[in-house]
Design a protein around this ligand. Structure first.
Ligand SMILES: CC(C)(COP(=O)(O)OP(=O)(O)OC[C@H]1O[C@@H](n2cnc3c(N)ncnc32)[C@H](O)[C@@H]1OP(=O)(O)O)[C@@H](O)C(=O)NCCC(=O)NCCS
Length: 165
């Protein structure tokens, strides 16, 4: 399998993104409108957004990820890899790019929410140094599943480790 190429997400990627989104998040998939508003430039000087897709050698969309950086805090909004790419390091590559974007946006911390019943994603985050800091009860609806809130202090240090470690 040739290594997927990462690039910025554009509006014409949304059909491919939504197909993956519905497969991977069947209970709480984002709508097209939610992706549209994330891709729209807010124009706010203290806020920036980075949305990426991963494309394989055949031009198929096999992953995506997004970060919002607001006033020094980054938020991993979404991260996903196609099932046939799980365990190939694609999730780690996407997360590395988000942390690089957080560093460029001068974030001193990065936060995220992850379903308590998603150990695979939690392991990925722990490998990058994220630690659980709390639980949001019933965060995922309509399934009423709790979210674990995880935090990484100083994404810049972590980015350096990922490149050189
Ligand atoms: C969570 C998710 C993004 C992880 O993506 P991924 O591409 O499988 O992630 P990675 O390949 O980087 O890491 C997964 C595992 O593969 C292993 N791995 C990484 N590179 C590898 C390689 N080259 N060869 C073999 N294994 C490898 C990792 O060590 C890791 O092992 P672990 O499960 O013991 O921790 C993906 O499973 C996904 O899209 N899930 C559905 C959506 C989702 O839950 N998103 C998160 C919402 S919060």
């Amino acid at each position: 399998m040739t290594e997927a190429v990462l690039r910025d997400m554009r509006w014409w990627d949304l059909d491919g993104v939504l197909a993956l989104e519905h497969d991977l998040f069947p209970e709480d998939a984002w709508s097209r409108g939610m992706f549209w508003s994330e891709l729209a430039d807010t124009g706010h000087p203290a806020a920036s957004r980075t949305y990426l897709v991963a494309e394989d050698g055949a031009g198929r969309l096999v992953g995506y990820a997004g970060l919002a950086a607001i006033a020094g805090t980054g938020d991993v909004q979404t991260i996903a890899a196609a099932r046939d790419h799980w365990g190939t390091g694609l999730g780690a590559r996407l997360l590395t790019e988000l942390l690089r974007a957080a560093t460029a946006a001068e974030c001193h911390e990065v936060l995220l929410e992850v379903r308590v019943d998603n150990p695979r994603a939690q392991r990925l985050y722990e490998r990058f140094g994220f630690a659980a800091i709390g639980v949001r009860k019933g965060y995922y609806q309509p399934g009423n599943v709790d979210a674990l809130v995880m935090r990484l202090a100083d994404p810049a240090l972590n980015t350096v480790e990922e490149i050189h470690g």
